[in-house]
Design a protein around this ligand. Sequence first.
Ligand code: F0G
Length: 454
Amino acid sequence: MVSYRTKVAEPIRLPSRVERERALEAAGYNVFNLASADVYVDLLTDSGTGAMSDAQWAALQRGDESYAGSRSFDRLERAVADVMRFPHVVPAHQGRGAENVLYGSIVEDGDVVLNNTHFDTTRAHVTNQGADPVDCPVSGAREPDADGRFKGNFSTDRAREVVSDVGADVVSTVVLTITNNSAAGQPVSVQNTREVAQFAREIDATFVIDACRFAENAYFVKRDEPGFEDASIADIAREQLGYADAIVMSGKKDGLVNVGGFVATDDESLFDRCKHRAILYEGFPTYGGMAGRDMEALAVGVREAVTESYISGRIDQVRQLGESLAEAGVPVYEPFGGHAVYLDAASLLPHISHESFPGQALVCELYLEGAVRGVELGSFAFPDTDRPELVRLAVPRRTYGAEHFDHVVEAATAVMDRRESVSGLTLASEPPIPELRHFTAELEPVRASAPSTE
Ligand code: F0G
């Protein structure tokens, strides 16, 4: 059920086929290089792309822009304490700013950091500290058709193997990313969270939750985890986050704002260290990287995120998109995650080898077919890993409706129908850091080789 109606309309336009072909060629077959005006339904990310509520827009007006002791900071602090259980907050400009503040305070050269799956920016911050990021997903997490309800869980068995290899002393930090963005947005159970907290305690590591999509995760717990059927989303979120020593948050997801983030903790000494690092990289601790007005909007957003009407409509929308695609015969990752539907490009385009980037080929075809923008999360984005060839269609919050999704399904079906004619891609230019190549690299279609004249 939809729990809002539209008050502000932003015009969008479907460019013609010829315009789309030209735009894609000019973008070097990389949809990050497209102008948003050339996109009709933009499913590149759910990060900072959602619509704020009228209450959030109203709260903006109350922004207290004082350098120190801002009332807006107090309101954010209270909202985080009420919704997420942590009394101390260090605001940052967005999630990765908060990661810099937190991981820069607790991770040292030579450490090992364990995570159910490191998101790209998390991995980069851990590496930047001179530490080694190690993923501990459960089996099946990377299999698009493996059964299972909480495929985002952290494998403590895998983590114990790592500890027995490297020694407990070097494992300074254990992170649980909820939902697990790099594993198709799959949720993490509360039971698993308890086990991870216990494991972190045993090895004397700091237990961090990356809470970007904490409300979406709580919804899955209520729906699928025995014992939580009658609990409220708000209570589940408070319980799950409360097991951590600290949380790191991008407000651009379940904070329901366009920019902002924070670190929150109940550990006085950690709070102190984070505050000092924030002054260096973000700003004075009562605003960090945010304007007073943005803290106001975030304070309202985190409260809205845990209302049942909002979150159930949100997850339903993603599920309906996934089901419509599956019904049309498009191979999709199941079960559906919280913020996105992931297409299985290797099954859809089996004739394209990993070296020719089937996921990126699919991203380009969806754009050519319907000016739909998704993102590749396979061999193009992650060189030298054995990840599945997924394409993520991330759904911005409170932004698109059924007709937009019908259009997406039509575009995907049209690509399916002519899948044999889709060719792979080859790199035309590559940036110096391979891990970041999908943002800026340029590609070109692999042309069928000319028939031999001999
Ligand atoms: N952690 C997770 C799990 C994320 O998904 C993201 C961002 C971040 C941290 C960093 O937050 O963007 O505010 O700096 N994910 C976006 C995405 C970019 O498209 O999945 P940020």
